[in-house]
Design a protein around this ligand. Structure first.
Ligand SMILES: [Zn+2]
Length: 105
């Protein structure tokens, strides 16, 4: 049995490693917490290490500053979340995250 790297309690971008889950094929799978939306997800060690997985799938959509501004603009205009999601092709959590950030200012 190959030695498992212990990454418990470590943080990779937006992911906090909670505990070891199981070996998936030859990969160690870890139970992690997405710190953006507090969702528990399973990620393999190599994906964490390589930076392939930086958050959960819905938060993982890359969004540029320009797009964030556009979304923020729509939020300020009072557009419906569903409308913004469709218009910018982003995940709901992304819009909520920007909305939250905006409201906390
Ligand atoms: Zn997330």
């Amino acid at each position: 049995m190959s030695k498992r790297v212990d990454i418990k309690n470590q943080i990779f971008n937006d992911i906090y490693v909670l505990e070891f889950d199981k070996n998936k094929n030859t990969q160690a799978s870890w139970k992690c917490l997405c710190m953006c939306c507090n969702k528990v997800i399973l990620v393999t060690y190599s994906n964490l290490k390589n930076g392939n997985t930086k958050s959960c799938a819905s938060c993982g959509q890359k969004i540029s500053n320009g797009l964030e501004q556009d979304i923020l603009c729509d939020i300020k205009k009072g557009d419906k979340i569903a409308h913004i999601v469709k218009k910018h092709k982003v995940g709901r959590s992304v819009v909520y995250r920007i909305k939250k950030k905006f409201e906390s200012v």
